[in-house]
Design a binder for this molecule. Structure first.
Ligand code: BTN
Length: 324
Protein backbone atom coordinates (compact mmCIF):
# COMPACT_ATOMS: atom_id res chain seq x y z
CA UNK A 1 0.00 0.00 0.00
CA UNK A 2 1.17 3.49 -0.90
CA UNK A 3 2.72 5.24 2.18
CA UNK A 4 0.43 8.29 1.92
CA UNK A 5 -2.67 6.08 1.82
CA UNK A 6 -1.47 4.23 4.90
CA UNK A 7 -0.87 7.64 6.58
CA UNK A 8 -4.44 8.75 5.67
CA UNK A 9 -5.84 5.58 7.31
CA UNK A 10 -3.62 5.99 10.38
CA UNK A 11 -4.72 9.61 10.79
CA UNK A 12 -8.43 8.74 10.42
CA UNK A 13 -8.10 5.85 12.88
CA UNK A 14 -7.97 8.48 15.66
CA UNK A 15 -11.24 10.14 14.60
CA UNK A 16 -12.65 12.25 11.75
CA UNK A 17 -10.45 14.85 10.04
CA UNK A 18 -11.25 17.41 7.37
CA UNK A 19 -9.50 17.48 3.97
CA UNK A 20 -7.43 20.58 4.87
CA UNK A 21 -6.42 19.07 8.25
CA UNK A 22 -5.30 15.87 6.52
CA UNK A 23 -3.44 17.85 3.86
CA UNK A 24 -1.54 19.76 6.59
CA UNK A 25 -0.82 16.65 8.67
CA UNK A 26 0.49 14.68 5.70
CA UNK A 27 2.14 17.62 3.94
CA UNK A 28 0.32 17.03 0.64
CA UNK A 29 -2.17 19.11 -1.36
CA UNK A 30 -5.94 18.95 -0.72
CA UNK A 31 -6.37 17.55 -4.18
CA UNK A 32 -3.91 14.75 -3.35
CA UNK A 33 -5.88 13.96 -0.17
CA UNK A 34 -9.08 13.69 -2.20
CA UNK A 35 -7.39 11.36 -4.74
CA UNK A 36 -6.03 9.09 -1.99
CA UNK A 37 -9.43 8.95 -0.26
CA UNK A 38 -11.08 8.00 -3.57
CA UNK A 39 -8.46 5.29 -4.19
CA UNK A 40 -8.99 3.89 -0.69
CA UNK A 41 -12.76 3.83 -1.24
CA UNK A 42 -12.21 1.93 -4.50
CA UNK A 43 -10.19 -0.70 -2.69
CA UNK A 44 -13.06 -1.25 -0.25
CA UNK A 45 -12.40 1.08 2.69
CA UNK A 46 -15.52 2.85 3.97
CA UNK A 47 -14.65 6.55 4.26
CA UNK A 48 -17.69 8.74 4.88
CA UNK A 49 -17.71 12.49 4.21
CA UNK A 50 -19.34 14.03 7.33
CA UNK A 51 -19.66 17.55 8.71
CA UNK A 52 -16.63 16.75 10.95
CA UNK A 53 -14.59 15.68 7.91
CA UNK A 54 -13.68 12.25 6.59
CA UNK A 55 -14.69 9.41 8.94
CA UNK A 56 -13.21 5.91 8.68
CA UNK A 57 -15.81 3.14 8.87
CA UNK A 58 -15.36 -0.64 8.87
CA UNK A 59 -12.08 -2.05 7.56
CA UNK A 60 -12.92 -4.50 4.73
CA UNK A 61 -13.00 -8.18 5.64
CA UNK A 62 -10.54 -9.04 2.82
CA UNK A 63 -8.88 -7.51 -0.23
CA UNK A 64 -6.05 -4.95 -0.43
CA UNK A 65 -6.91 -4.06 3.20
CA UNK A 66 -4.89 -7.14 4.28
CA UNK A 67 -1.83 -4.91 4.02
CA UNK A 68 -3.31 -2.40 6.49
CA UNK A 69 -2.18 -3.29 10.03
CA UNK A 70 -0.06 -6.20 8.77
CA UNK A 71 2.96 -6.63 11.04
CA UNK A 72 5.21 -8.31 8.50
CA UNK A 73 7.16 -6.74 5.63
CA UNK A 74 5.01 -8.04 2.75
CA UNK A 75 3.38 -5.97 0.00
CA UNK A 76 0.00 -7.37 -1.10
CA UNK A 77 -1.01 -7.67 -4.76
CA UNK A 78 -4.72 -8.39 -4.54
CA UNK A 79 -7.01 -9.83 -7.25
CA UNK A 80 -10.74 -10.56 -6.96
CA UNK A 81 -10.19 -13.54 -9.27
CA UNK A 82 -7.12 -14.99 -10.99
CA UNK A 83 -6.01 -18.22 -12.70
CA UNK A 84 -3.31 -19.26 -10.25
CA UNK A 85 -1.61 -17.05 -7.66
CA UNK A 86 1.51 -19.23 -8.05
CA UNK A 87 1.65 -18.44 -11.79
CA UNK A 88 1.37 -14.70 -11.10
CA UNK A 89 3.95 -14.96 -8.28
CA UNK A 90 6.38 -16.74 -10.64
CA UNK A 91 6.00 -13.87 -13.12
CA UNK A 92 6.73 -11.34 -10.37
CA UNK A 93 9.70 -13.40 -9.17
CA UNK A 94 11.08 -13.40 -12.72
CA UNK A 95 10.84 -9.59 -12.68
CA UNK A 96 12.89 -9.44 -9.46
CA UNK A 97 10.08 -9.00 -6.90
CA UNK A 98 10.75 -9.85 -3.25
CA UNK A 99 8.39 -10.21 -0.28
CA UNK A 100 5.26 -9.70 -2.37
CA UNK A 101 2.15 -11.75 -1.64
CA UNK A 102 -0.26 -12.43 -4.51
CA UNK A 103 -3.68 -12.84 -2.91
CA UNK A 104 -7.09 -13.59 -4.39
CA UNK A 105 -10.66 -14.26 -3.32
CA UNK A 106 -11.27 -16.77 -6.12
CA UNK A 107 -8.82 -18.91 -8.07
CA UNK A 108 -10.02 -20.47 -11.30
CA UNK A 109 -6.87 -22.33 -12.43
CA UNK A 110 -5.30 -23.32 -9.12
CA UNK A 111 -2.54 -25.93 -9.12
CA UNK A 112 -1.87 -28.53 -6.42
CA UNK A 113 1.02 -30.90 -5.76
CA UNK A 114 1.78 -33.68 -8.25
CA UNK A 115 0.12 -31.70 -11.06
CA UNK A 116 -3.30 -32.03 -9.48
CA UNK A 117 -6.01 -29.40 -9.88
CA UNK A 118 -6.76 -27.21 -6.82
CA UNK A 119 -10.36 -26.01 -6.41
CA UNK A 120 -10.44 -22.36 -5.28
CA UNK A 121 -13.97 -20.93 -4.93
CA UNK A 122 -14.69 -17.40 -3.66
CA UNK A 123 -14.30 -17.18 0.12
CA UNK A 124 -10.89 -18.83 0.38
CA UNK A 125 -7.48 -17.45 1.18
CA UNK A 126 -5.46 -18.27 -1.94
CA UNK A 127 -2.01 -16.75 -1.66
CA UNK A 128 1.52 -17.05 -3.04
CA UNK A 129 4.55 -15.55 -1.33
CA UNK A 130 7.48 -14.40 -3.49
CA UNK A 131 10.64 -14.86 -1.42
CA UNK A 132 14.36 -14.46 -2.08
CA UNK A 133 15.95 -16.28 0.85
CA UNK A 134 19.71 -16.63 1.09
CA UNK A 135 19.70 -20.41 1.47
CA UNK A 136 20.87 -23.43 -0.54
CA UNK A 137 18.08 -25.15 -2.54
CA UNK A 138 18.22 -28.17 -0.21
CA UNK A 139 16.90 -25.99 2.65
CA UNK A 140 13.85 -24.70 0.73
CA UNK A 141 11.51 -27.46 2.04
CA UNK A 142 11.86 -25.87 5.50
CA UNK A 143 9.90 -22.87 4.15
CA UNK A 144 7.05 -25.21 3.23
CA UNK A 145 7.05 -26.64 6.74
CA UNK A 146 7.08 -23.09 8.16
CA UNK A 147 4.03 -22.26 6.02
CA UNK A 148 2.17 -25.31 7.35
CA UNK A 149 2.93 -24.26 10.93
CA UNK A 150 1.82 -20.68 10.18
CA UNK A 151 -1.51 -21.86 8.72
CA UNK A 152 -2.06 -24.18 11.70
CA UNK A 153 -1.37 -21.43 14.23
CA UNK A 154 -3.65 -18.94 12.45
CA UNK A 155 -6.40 -21.59 12.24
CA UNK A 156 -6.07 -22.47 15.93
CA UNK A 157 -6.27 -18.78 16.87
CA UNK A 158 -9.56 -18.72 14.97
CA UNK A 159 -10.73 -21.64 17.14
CA UNK A 160 -10.22 -24.39 14.56
CA UNK A 161 -8.55 -27.62 15.84
CA UNK A 162 -5.97 -27.93 13.07
CA UNK A 163 -2.97 -30.25 12.77
CA UNK A 164 -0.35 -30.95 10.11
CA UNK A 165 -0.16 -34.13 8.06
CA UNK A 166 3.31 -34.73 6.65
CA UNK A 167 4.65 -32.97 4.79
CA UNK A 168 2.42 -29.92 4.60
CA UNK A 169 -1.32 -30.58 4.55
CA UNK A 170 -3.28 -28.91 7.31
CA UNK A 171 -6.21 -31.01 8.51
CA UNK A 172 -9.21 -30.42 10.69
CA UNK A 173 -8.80 -32.97 13.50
CA UNK A 174 -9.83 -33.83 17.02
CA UNK A 175 -7.14 -31.50 18.38
CA UNK A 176 -5.06 -34.20 20.07
CA UNK A 177 -1.71 -33.74 18.32
CA UNK A 178 0.88 -36.30 19.38
CA UNK A 179 -1.45 -37.84 21.98
CA UNK A 180 -2.94 -40.69 20.00
CA UNK A 181 -1.82 -44.27 20.43
CA UNK A 182 -0.28 -46.04 17.48
CA UNK A 183 -1.96 -49.43 17.16
CA UNK A 184 -0.61 -51.94 14.69
CA UNK A 185 -3.30 -54.26 13.42
CA UNK A 186 -3.51 -56.91 10.76
CA UNK A 187 -6.06 -54.80 8.86
CA UNK A 188 -5.48 -51.13 8.58
CA UNK A 189 -7.45 -48.62 6.51
CA UNK A 190 -6.69 -45.00 5.62
CA UNK A 191 -8.21 -42.30 7.80
CA UNK A 192 -10.42 -40.11 5.57
CA UNK A 193 -8.65 -36.71 5.71
CA UNK A 194 -10.49 -33.45 6.30
CA UNK A 195 -8.13 -31.14 4.49
CA UNK A 196 -8.24 -27.42 5.30
CA UNK A 197 -5.14 -26.27 3.48
CA UNK A 198 -2.47 -27.29 1.00
CA UNK A 199 0.89 -25.79 0.08
CA UNK A 200 2.72 -25.81 -3.24
CA UNK A 201 6.32 -24.53 -3.17
CA UNK A 202 8.18 -23.80 -6.39
CA UNK A 203 11.66 -22.40 -6.84
CA UNK A 204 14.44 -21.42 -9.19
CA UNK A 205 18.13 -21.37 -8.43
CA UNK A 206 21.58 -22.79 -8.95
CA UNK A 207 23.22 -25.75 -7.20
CA UNK A 208 24.32 -23.74 -4.17
CA UNK A 209 21.96 -20.77 -4.16
CA UNK A 210 18.24 -20.12 -4.41
CA UNK A 211 17.22 -17.33 -6.78
CA UNK A 212 13.56 -17.21 -5.71
CA UNK A 213 11.00 -19.34 -3.92
CA UNK A 214 7.23 -19.10 -4.37
CA UNK A 215 5.28 -20.57 -1.45
CA UNK A 216 1.67 -21.07 -2.58
CA UNK A 217 -0.74 -21.47 0.34
CA UNK A 218 -4.39 -22.32 -0.16
CA UNK A 219 -6.77 -22.29 2.81
CA UNK A 220 -10.45 -23.23 2.61
CA UNK A 221 -11.84 -20.48 4.84
CA UNK A 222 -15.37 -19.07 4.32
CA UNK A 223 -16.51 -21.82 1.95
CA UNK A 224 -19.40 -24.27 2.08
CA UNK A 225 -18.22 -27.91 2.04
CA UNK A 226 -20.50 -28.53 -0.98
CA UNK A 227 -18.17 -26.35 -3.07
CA UNK A 228 -15.11 -28.40 -2.15
CA UNK A 229 -13.88 -31.80 -3.36
CA UNK A 230 -14.26 -34.98 -1.28
CA UNK A 231 -11.78 -35.09 1.58
CA UNK A 232 -11.70 -31.28 1.90
CA UNK A 233 -13.33 -29.14 4.57
CA UNK A 234 -13.22 -25.48 5.60
CA UNK A 235 -12.83 -23.16 8.55
CA UNK A 236 -16.50 -22.22 8.06
CA UNK A 237 -17.56 -25.86 8.55
CA UNK A 238 -15.66 -25.90 11.86
CA UNK A 239 -16.37 -22.51 13.48
CA UNK A 240 -18.52 -20.49 11.04
CA UNK A 241 -17.30 -17.58 8.91
CA UNK A 242 -14.30 -15.62 10.15
CA UNK A 243 -12.57 -12.36 9.24
CA UNK A 244 -10.16 -13.35 6.46
CA UNK A 245 -8.12 -10.14 6.74
CA UNK A 246 -7.18 -10.93 10.34
CA UNK A 247 -6.60 -14.62 9.48
CA UNK A 248 -4.32 -13.78 6.53
CA UNK A 249 -2.39 -11.23 8.58
CA UNK A 250 -1.79 -13.75 11.38
CA UNK A 251 -0.69 -16.38 8.84
CA UNK A 252 1.81 -14.00 7.20
CA UNK A 253 3.09 -12.73 10.56
CA UNK A 254 3.67 -16.27 11.86
CA UNK A 255 5.44 -17.22 8.63
CA UNK A 256 7.65 -14.13 8.84
CA UNK A 257 8.62 -14.93 12.44
CA UNK A 258 9.54 -18.53 11.56
CA UNK A 259 11.58 -17.68 8.45
CA UNK A 260 13.66 -15.36 10.64
CA UNK A 261 14.41 -18.22 13.07
CA UNK A 262 14.83 -21.37 10.92
CA UNK A 263 16.06 -23.42 13.93
CA UNK A 264 12.53 -23.11 15.39
CA UNK A 265 10.73 -24.53 12.33
CA UNK A 266 11.17 -28.28 12.97
CA UNK A 267 10.33 -28.08 16.72
CA UNK A 268 7.22 -26.03 15.85
CA UNK A 269 6.24 -28.52 13.13
CA UNK A 270 6.60 -31.43 15.63
CA UNK A 271 4.36 -29.59 18.13
CA UNK A 272 1.60 -29.18 15.53
CA UNK A 273 1.90 -32.54 13.74
CA UNK A 274 -0.87 -35.12 13.52
CA UNK A 275 1.49 -37.56 11.76
CA UNK A 276 4.00 -38.24 14.53
CA UNK A 277 3.06 -41.34 16.51
CA UNK A 278 0.67 -42.39 13.71
CA UNK A 279 0.61 -45.56 11.65
CA UNK A 280 1.22 -44.32 8.10
CA UNK A 281 1.42 -45.53 4.54
CA UNK A 282 3.63 -43.41 2.29
CA UNK A 283 3.67 -43.89 -1.48
CA UNK A 284 7.13 -42.89 -2.68
CA UNK A 285 8.67 -42.93 -6.15
CA UNK A 286 10.47 -46.17 -5.27
CA UNK A 287 7.69 -48.00 -3.41
CA UNK A 288 5.37 -48.03 -0.42
CA UNK A 289 6.52 -47.53 3.17
CA UNK A 290 4.21 -48.71 5.97
CA UNK A 291 5.02 -48.19 9.63
CA UNK A 292 4.85 -45.76 12.52
CA UNK A 293 6.00 -42.19 11.88
CA UNK A 294 8.34 -41.28 14.74
CA UNK A 295 10.08 -38.04 13.79
CA UNK A 296 10.89 -35.43 11.19
CA UNK A 297 14.46 -34.45 10.30
CA UNK A 298 15.80 -31.47 8.34
CA UNK A 299 14.74 -30.36 5.80
CA UNK A 300 11.49 -32.33 6.13
CA UNK A 301 12.44 -36.02 6.06
CA UNK A 302 9.87 -38.33 7.71
CA UNK A 303 11.37 -41.06 9.91
CA UNK A 304 9.24 -44.23 9.85
CA UNK A 305 9.77 -47.36 12.00
CA UNK A 306 8.83 -50.36 9.84
CA UNK A 307 9.03 -54.13 10.39
CA UNK A 308 12.25 -54.03 8.36
CA UNK A 309 13.82 -51.21 10.38
CA UNK A 310 13.98 -47.42 10.23
CA UNK A 311 13.19 -45.81 6.87
CA UNK A 312 13.76 -42.11 6.04
CA UNK A 313 11.24 -40.78 3.50
CA UNK A 314 12.20 -37.64 1.57
CA UNK A 315 9.05 -37.21 -0.53
CA UNK A 316 5.76 -38.97 -1.06
CA UNK A 317 2.03 -39.08 -0.51
CA UNK A 318 1.21 -39.94 3.10
CA UNK A 319 -1.94 -41.50 4.50
CA UNK A 320 -2.72 -42.00 8.16
CA UNK A 321 -3.92 -45.52 8.98
CA UNK A 322 -6.24 -46.88 11.63
CA UNK A 323 -7.34 -50.41 12.50
CA UNK A 324 -10.14 -51.59 10.20
C1 BTN B 1 -1.74 -29.40 -2.53
O1 BTN B 1 -2.11 -29.77 -1.42
O2 BTN B 1 -1.81 -30.15 -3.53
C2 BTN B 1 -1.17 -28.02 -2.69
C3 BTN B 1 -2.25 -27.03 -3.01
C4 BTN B 1 -1.73 -25.60 -3.17
C5 BTN B 1 -2.83 -24.64 -3.55
C6 BTN B 1 -2.39 -23.21 -3.48
S1 BTN B 1 -3.73 -22.09 -3.60
C7 BTN B 1 -2.63 -20.77 -3.79
C8 BTN B 1 -1.51 -21.24 -4.68
N1 BTN B 1 -1.83 -21.08 -6.08
C9 BTN B 1 -1.92 -22.25 -6.72
O3 BTN B 1 -2.19 -22.38 -7.93
N2 BTN B 1 -1.70 -23.27 -5.88
C10 BTN B 1 -1.40 -22.77 -4.54
Amino acid sequence: MNDTRRAVLDALADGPMSGPELADALDVSRNAVWKHVEALRKSGFEIESTSDGYRLGEIPEFGPAVEYGLEAPFAIEYHDSIGSTNDRARELAGEGAKDVVVLTDQQVGGRGRLEREWVGPSGGVWSSLVLRPEIPPSHAPLLTLAAAVAVTRAAREAGVPAEIKWPNDVLLTDGEANERESEQGADEIPVQPEKLSGILTEMEGEADRVSWVVVGIGVNVNIDADELPDGATSVQESVGTINRRVFTQRLLEEFDTLRAAPEKILPAWRDHAATLGQRVRVETRTGTVVGTAVDIESPGVLVVETDEGTVRVHAGDCEHLRPA
